[in-house]
Ligand binder design. Structure first.
Ligand SMILES: Nc1ncnc2c1ncn2[C@@H]1O[C@H](COP(=O)(O)OP(=O)(O)O)[C@@H](O)[C@H]1O
Ligand SMILES: [Mg+2]
Length: 270
């Protein structure tokens, strides 16, 4: 469904992503892992057609996603409809006066009539536990509620691919748990998931496949998330666990396996 071939990107000479090659199939759930600045957000932007490779290619359903292909409004519209992207900083994504309009915005852009809009907004609000929030101002909601509104807004137009940039950041444990289960459920319903995170404890729960970025902005490893936490040396090299942390664990990765976001040992095994 999605393919990158030696894709690179720099911000004004500052490399952000180097030589990235990967394929993501429809219905997969993939986590992007890496230290700050390693290139996760840049890859998500590229996948979502917000930046284009300086060299190499990015393909969606075998068609190149480039400045040129996106200059065809019909192609661009069809592409963006299939992609749903929740930014790391959701504040940047919310701009309407109330939650209803926020969730309705994309649907109106697509051209649904107000009856359809109302039905779809209601479905999305129900799905994200936001019924009753219609008249609330997104600006005044809590961080977790804002994230839910952004998620509802993205889901309302039923995208095929759901990308989330560090969605668990700043969420309390219960909301993080909710989101984790919610995303697993979306994946079970057929949505392709691409999630960036530093949260090693949640990677195994959210996806079978982990893509690890090195601090040199290259893909360092592409592996089953099950084996990720068994390779502490690799995680250290990617600056995802540090020496101090490692020394203070009884045995290697035991910490990751015995704690889940809910704090219940073994709750991630269900
Ligand atoms: N808008 C930008 N302008 C200049 N440099 C940027 C910009 N966004 C990201 N970078 C740089 O690109 C690199 C990769 O960033 P990013 O993709 O945001 O990493 P991550 O999401 O893994 O933290 C970093 O070195 C970062 O400083
Ligand atoms: Mg980032």
């Amino acid at each position: 469904m999605l393919e990158m071939i030696s894709a690179s990107y720099s911000y004004g000479g500052q490399p952000a992503l180097r030589n990235a090659s990967l394929k993501i199939e429809k219905g997969e759930s993939v986590c992007l892992l890496g230290a700050n600045g390693s290139g996760k957000s840049t890859m998500l932007k590229m996948i979502n057609g917000l930046v284009f490779p300086d060299s190499g290619k990015c393909l969606f359903e075998s068609k190149e996603i480039s400045r040129k292909s996106m200059s065809d409004p019909r192609f661009a519209k069809a592409f963006y409809r299939k992609m749903g992207f929740v930014f790391q900083n959701v504040e940047a994504q919310l701009f309407c006066a109330d939650v209803y309009d926020e969730v309705a915005f994309g649907l109106r852009q697509i051209g649904f009539d107000e009856t359809e809009v109302r039905m779809k907004v209601e479905d999305a609000l129900k799905l994200t536990g936001l019924l009753g929030f219609e008249k609330r101002a997104p600006y005044h909601l809590s961080g977790g509620e804002k994230k839910k509104v952004a998620l509802a807004a993205v889901l309302a137009s039923d995208p095929e691919v759901l990308s989330l940039d560090e969605p668990l950041n700043g969420l309390d444990p219960r909301t993080a748990r909710w989101l984790c289960e919610f995303l697993q459920d979306q994946n079970a319903k057929g949505k392709t998931l691409i999630i960036s995170t530093h949260n090693l404890e949640l990677v195994q729960e959210m996806s079978r496949r982990a893509i690890l970025f090195g601090e040199d902005h290259t893909i360092f490893a592409d592996m089953p998330s099950m084996s990720l936490l068994d390779d502490i040396d690799m995680l250290k090299r990617a600056n995802l666990v540090d020496e101090y942390y490692h020394k203070h664990q009884d045995s290697g990765h035991s910490h990751f396996h015995s704690h889940s976001v809910s704090g219940k040992p073994g709750a991630d095994k269900g």
